[in-house]
Design a protein around this ligand. Structure first.
Ligand SMILES: Nc1ncnc2c1ncn2[C@@H]1O[C@H](COP(=O)(O)OP(=O)(O)O)[C@@H](O)[C@H]1O
Ligand SMILES: [Mg+2]
Length: 229
């Protein structure tokens, strides 16, 4: 199931007392698998393991990393190292967002190509994604406002742009939304940051207006995000 290096990385997380066991697969994407696991207190964990095989993914990663001032000139050529860097980048994005008060799963640890975080859901069953929920107009409006608030915190406090924000990357659990999948998030000084922010806003507006919620246009939303002088 895992290649040798991934097994070694998992064992290191066990040795550090982070992971006690890996249980079922929650999601098998083309770039990463997310597993349900347990920590030593038998609390649920989400364990995201980057797969070290897809060449297309490798190309995609490069585009985001090369132009990011945080990584410029330090993008490794070895595939394994590239995936470790990508996992570390997702972890560090999660930490910055978490510390800025954005509703994301609590980041716990990262090692090599493995990221460990709080499990959103119960008993190995992940919380539903925003796209799969039937929400009333009032709930939709509340959800929209909360997500926009988070987006502002992300930009103004964490100084990051998600870059892949949509109803596919928001989980909803016990009435609360969680923004996930932040590996591609870039810092504000990335040359494409504005383009990615605009795209995120367009996705949000598309989803919520399709569900019948009257909301501002992406341009209006964008102008409501003001960086301090
Ligand atoms: N912290 C988490 N807790 C529970 N399930 C999660 C968590 N993070 C991700 N998942 C599940 O795994 C899926 C894929 O995770 P995501 O980070 O979006 O990776 P991908 O890059 O494969 O889209 C999500 O749609 C969600 O169902
Ligand atoms: Mg996703």
């Amino acid at each position: 199931m895992f290649d040798t290096a991934t097994v070694r990385a998992l064992l290191e997380l066990v040795r550090r007392g982070v992971v006690y066991e890996v249980k079922g697969v929650v999601s098998a994407g083309k770039e990463a698998r997310v597993y349900w696991g347990k920590d030593f207190d038998r609390k649920d964990l989400a364990i995201k393991i980057y797969l070290t095989s897809s060449a297309e993914f490798r190309k995609g990663i490069h585009k985001y990393l090369r132009a990011d001032p945080r990584f410029s000139g330090k993008v490794p050529t070895s595939t394994r190292k590239l995936y470790s860097l990508w996992a570390r980048k997702e972890f560090s994005n999660y930490v910055k967002m978490f510390e800025a008060g954005v509703s994301v799963p609590r980041p716990i640890a990262v090692h090599e190509n493995i990221l460990v975080m709080e499990f959103i859901g119960t008993e190995g069953k992940p919380a539903p994604l925003l796209k799969d929920l039937e929400l009333g107009l009032e709930e939709l409006e509340e959800m929209f406002n909360h997500i926009v608030e988070d987006l502002k915190k992300m930009v103004l406090k964490a100084r990051l742009v998600h870059g892949d924000l949509s109803e596919y990357n928001v989980m909803v659990w016990e009435g609360r939304h969680y923004i996930i999948d932040v590996s591609q998030a870039v810092s504000l000084d990335h040359p494409n940051a504005l383009e990615y922010l605009r795209r995120d806003l367009v996705n949000l507006v598309k989803f919520f207006s399709k569900r019948g919620l009257p909301i501002p246009s992406p341009a209006e939303l964008l102008s409501s995000i003001r960086l301090p002088d």
